[in-house]
Structures are given as structure tokens and as C-alpha cells.
Design a protein around this ligand. Structure first.
Ligand SMILES: NC(=O)C1=CN([C@@H]2O[C@H](COP(=O)(O)OP(=O)(O)OC[C@H]3O[C@@H](n4cnc5c(N)ncnc54)[C@H](O)[C@@H]3O)[C@@H](O)[C@H]2O)C=CC1
Ligand SMILES: O=C([O-])CC(=O)C(=O)O
Length: 309
């Protein structure tokens, strides 16, 4: 199996590292536009192979798309990250052009890869990739929900003083500070609803902390996060390449599901060798449905911005 990661920055390199350590693919190609960066990081990672004992071959290239030929999965992380005080949406002007040209280049060498879109604003970049690529909708998948759900489990585990591994908790909606919807009423610890253990105040804080999880880290670090984003993306690659059929919140193109059309939003999907194989429709309350509609309206406004670029 071959995976290409476009963008050898913080998220792309971390994702490639996770894929190699877990030997999810025999070959990983890391591509960046900056001369030498992907080559250097690939060699650095390959020099951990003797220490960590993996056999995946990582190759770095500068803008050489021929090296990406016949990839099974392509991860797009190329583009600008936000700085403290910015929203993800403010990146659209720079990142839309990058994501569009990268998608076109990928398809010159790989006929029908599964593309995972990470670049922000993710919901709109995933929509753009779907529209640009002409790929079947199940092969264009946005990464955001895997990360946001992991953050949700982290904040829940801190408050409940339990292992995040024992929590089932899902974020849907958009991958934005105000568009993501941590479904706290659906979250369980073991099979017990977490709300049975948390005050209203605790619940509100967990939801709010999850929603601004990315912004909090951007403020602390000075650029956006990469360890959990890299791991979240690799978890999606794993479920796809190993055909695990894991239920993971992902950005997918909706055609009627959750009452939405012609938009990419984050919902729980089954991820397997064919990409996303099934959308799972949760039983949402009226309040949750209204929040989903509000997120859809905001994401649609961003998608409309694409027409002006
Ligand atoms: N969806 C999500 O959950 C997350 C999304 N992100 C987004 O991922 C993107 C990358 O973030 P970082 O890795 O932290 O940024 P970074 O700045 O460390 O890396 C981005 C890389 O993209 C490269 N690049 C730029 N234009 C390119 C092109 N045309 N072709 C190939 N490579 C190109 C740059 O040279 C740079 O090495 C950002 O847009 C960020 O907002 C980051 C974390 C989570
Ligand atoms: O916060 C950002 O800009 C990067 C991102 O999407 C995240 O870490 O959730």
C-alpha cells in the first residue's frame, strides 16, 4: 500500500511518522513545495527505523508529483496554519488555491485515490476537493471530527477522572470554533451517559473547551497543533487501509443525510477500504438539529466565498 502526504510541515510530517511507526503502508511519499524540507524530514524519520523497528519506506520529494504515482491514499495538509487570534476561516484565501492545485496534480498520477483533506478551513477545503477532483463522494474525506472527538474525550476524561479510552463521545457539525457540536447528551462512559456524572456547569465547560480546543493550543504554541491532528489523520488512514470499518466522525459530502444537500460536514461514518462506506444518522434532539443547521449555514457561507476567489 502506498500513502502520499502533501505538505511536510508540522501535521504532514507527524502524520507520516505515525503511519510509518504503525507500518500502515509499505511506502509513504512526503511532498512539499519548499526545496529539501520533505527530503530532510523523510531521512530523519527513516533514521528512526533502526531504533523503532519499522519497515515502511518514507521518501521525501520537492513538488515531484510523479513520485506520488498510484497512491492508495493521499493526505492533503499543505497550506497555512492559523496564528493566535485568527479563525480557521481566515485561511481560505491562501489555502483554497493551494488545495485546488494540489488536488489537480495528485490526479495526474493516481487515478482514483482516497483523499483525506486536513488543510483549513477543512469543511470548505473538503468540499472544494470533492468538486475539483470529480472523485466518487466516498473517496473524499475531511479530517476534523476524529481530532475534535479525541479532544472531547480528553476534556471529558479530565473532568470524570477516567480513561479517555473508556469514553464514547462524538463531535459533529463543522470543524470550526463556533460550528462544531460536541454531542454531550449522547456521550457514554462504559454504557452510562456521562451527563449522569456531570453538573450542568461541568457539561457546559467541557463542550466550550472542546469547541475552542484548536484555538487554545494555537494561543499556547503560536501556531496550530500537530500531534493529535497527525494521529487523528493516521487513525483514518489505518481504518481505511486495514479495512477496520471504524466509526469515525469525518467530513463527507452530504446528499440528504442529516437534512443537508451539496455541503461537506462532519458526521459519523464507517471508514474502510472503499473510503467512507456508510453514514450513520444519529437520533438528534430538536436542539441538536438546530445547531447542525446553524453550522451548515455558516459552512455554506464559507463555501460561497470560493466563488469569489
Ligand atoms: N483539519 C484539522 O483538524 C487540522 C487542520 N490543520 C491545518 O493543516 C494545515 C497544515 O498545518 P501545519 O502542518 O501546522 O502547517 P505548516 O506550515 O507546518 O505546514 C504546511 C506545509 O505546507 C507546505 N505547502 C504550502 N503550499 C504547498 C503546496 N502548494 N504544495 C505542497 N506543499 C505546500 C508548506 O511548505 C509547509 O511545509 C493548515 O491549514 C492547518 O490549519 C492543522 C491541524 C488540524
Ligand atoms: O486550530 C487550528 O487552526 C488547527 C486545527 O484545525 C485544530 O487543531 O483543530
Amino acid at each position: 500500500m502506498k500513502v502520499t502526504v502533501i505538505g511536510a510541515g508540522a501535521v504532514g510530517a507527524t502524520c507520516a511518522d505515525n503511519i510509518a511507526r504503525k507500518e500502515l503502508a509499505s511506502e509513504v511519499v512526503l511532498l512539499d513545495i519548499k526545496e529539501g524540507v520533505a527530503e530532510g524530514k523523510a531521512i530523519d524519520m527513516m533514521q528512526t527505523a533502526a531504533l523503532l523497528g519499522f519497515d515502511t519506506k518514507i521518501k521525501g520529494v520537492t513538488n515531484d508529483y510523479a513520485a506520488t504515482a498510484n497512491s492508495d491514499v493521499v493526505v492533503i495538509t499543505s497550506g497555512m496554519p492559523r496564528k493566535p487570534g485568527m479563525t480557521r476561516e481566515e485561511l481560505i484565501g491562501v489555502n483554497a488555491g493551494i488545495v485546488k492545485s494540489v488536488t489537480e496534480n495528485i490526479l495526474k498520477y493516481s487515478a482514483e485515490p482516497i483523499i483525506i483533506v486536513v488543510s483549513n478551513p477543512m469543511d470548505t477545503m473538503n468540499y472544494l476537493t470533492y468538486k475539483t477532483s470529480g472523485l466518487p463522494k466516498n473517496k473524499v474525506i475531511g479530517m476534523g471530527g476524529a481530532l475534535d472527538s479525541a479532544r472531547f474525550r480528553y476534556y471529558l476524561s479530565q473532568e470524570l477522572k477516567c480513561s479517555p479510552a473508556d469514553l464514547n463521545a462524538v463531535v459533529i457539525g463543522g470543524h470550526g470554533d463556533t460550528t462544531m457540536i460536541p454531542l454531550i447528551k449522547h456521550a457514554t462512559w462504559g454504557s452510562k451517559p456521562v451527563v449522569d456524572f456531570l453538573s450542568e456547569e461541568q457539561q457546559k465547560k467541557i463542550v466550550a473547551d472542546t469547541m475552542v480546543g484548536g484555538a487554545t493550543l494555537t494561543k499556547l504554541i503560536g501556531t496550530s497543533a500537530w500531534y493529535a491532528p497527525g494521529a487523528g489523520t493516521a487513525a483514518m488512514v489505518e481504518s481505511i487501509l486495514r479495512d477496520e470499518k471504524k466509526l469515525i466522525s469525518c467530513g463527507v459530502y452530504l446528499e440528504g443525510e442529516y437534512g443537508q444537500q451539496d455541503i461537506s460536514l462532519v458526521v459519523p461514518v464507517v471508514l474502510g477500504r472503499n473510503g467512507w462506506e456508510q453514514i450513520v444518522e444519529l437520533d438528534l434532539s430538536e436542539e441538536e438539529k438546530a445547531a447542525f443547521q446553524k453550522s451548515a449555514d455558516a459552512v455554506r457561507t464559507m463555501n460561497d466565498v470560493l466563488k469569489t476567489l
